[in-house]
Design a protein around this ligand. Structure first.
Ligand code: G1P
Length: 308
């Protein structure tokens, strides 16, 4: 069955970005001039997943509004004949059919995904975490879909990280899988998983990043998954249950080892890198911004003469 639905959990509190995120959802922080979550919806849409379910919470109304019409602003732009801005604000809505459901209490990523059960039904589906931006030139989701088609079951995105960072991620025990010529990134079979292990307990440096294609069996497993790390229902623990099933269950879990550009926009430094890089590469603001950046850096950056 082809994957057509994407679930985007966006109920988290965004404490790493306080005070900016006190009353604004972290997913709405702008990356150049579009909220971070719009890039994620666009990534799903580009890969053909045009049914998007946002898992939000009480304080995230702004995200739902962003994917809705704004008649007042549209009428003003129309009266001014500002077609460029009109097209820009309408683009968010043309990307996908966006639905939302609320997670009533912050009970973990696994619990958030379980909130999607009735919308998703009995089909494989994607989960895209809003904090992770994958550069649009790097076709991670496309390859994950191809791997899911090849093997069935579930597929997760992995990235090799430095040893000192393993405790920030789910970490996988992996086994090599023969490559096929169309594979851009390596493919592995996932044999075991652990959520945010201590360095000494990490089975590898293959970290789970925020892209998953999941078999609908995950919902049954999540219903029986007890709270894990941080007393939350962990998605990693439920996928581990699938990975440990015998071959007869036909629920394999594979990993695509991503080597492209990923920005964790929940982290302040990574967020700034994403803004600088994407702004520099843009056709409109890029040339002027990058020329300034070069001048600023060659003048010594923070040590530069303040009149620069
Ligand atoms: C979540 C997952 C973790 C994964 C990470 C990727 O953690 O629980 O397994 O490695 O996303 O960003 P969070 O970053 O929400 O704490």
């Amino acid at each position: 069955m082809p994957v057509t639905k994407a679930v985007i959990p966006a109920a988290g509190l965004g404490t790493r970005f306080l005070p900016a995120t006190k009353s604004i959802p972290k997913e709405m922080l702008p990356v150049v001039d579009r909220p971070a979550i719009e890039y994620v919806v666009e990534e799903a849409s580009r890969a053909g997943l045009r049914d998007v379910l946002l898992i939000t919470s009480r304080s995230k109304k702004a995200i739902e509004d962003h994917f809705d019409r704004e008649p007042e602003v549209e009428a003003t732009l129309e009266a001014k004949g500002d077609q460029v801005r009109l097209a820009r604000i309408r683009s968010a809505m043309s990307l996908a059919e966006v639905h939302s459901v609320r997670q009533g209490r912050p009970a973990g990523l696994g619990h958030a995904v379980l909130c999607a059960a009735s919308h998703v039904g009995h089909e494989p589906f994607a989960v895209l975490l809003g904090d992770d931006l994958i550069d649009e030139r790097d076709p991670l989701l496309e390859q994950m879909l191809a791997v899911q088609e090849r093997f069935g079951g579930s597929v997760m995105a992995l990235m090799e990280v430095p040893e000192e960072q393993v405790s920030l991620y789910g970490v996988a025990t992996v086994e090599a899988v023969a490559a096929t010529p169309s594979d851009r990134y390596g493919v592995v079979r996932i044999r075991d998983l652990v959520e945010k292990p201590a360095i000494e307990d990490a089975p590898s440096n293959y970290a789970v990043i925020g892209r998953y294609l999941l078999s609908p069996t995950i919902f049954e497993v999540l219903r029986d998954t007890p709270p894990g790390r941080g007393n939350e229902i962990q998605l990693t623990d439920a996928i581990r249950t699938l990975a440990l099933l015998p071959a007869s269950a036909d629920e394999p879990v594979h990993g695509v080892v991503f080597t492209g550009r990923r920005y964790d926009t929940g982290d302040r430094v990574d967020y700034l890198k994403a803004v600088v890089r994407l702004a520099s590469e843009r056709g409109d603001v890029g040339p002027e911004f990058y020329a300034w950046l070069e001048e600023y850096v060659s003048a010594g950056g923070p040590k530069a003469d303040p009149t620069t």
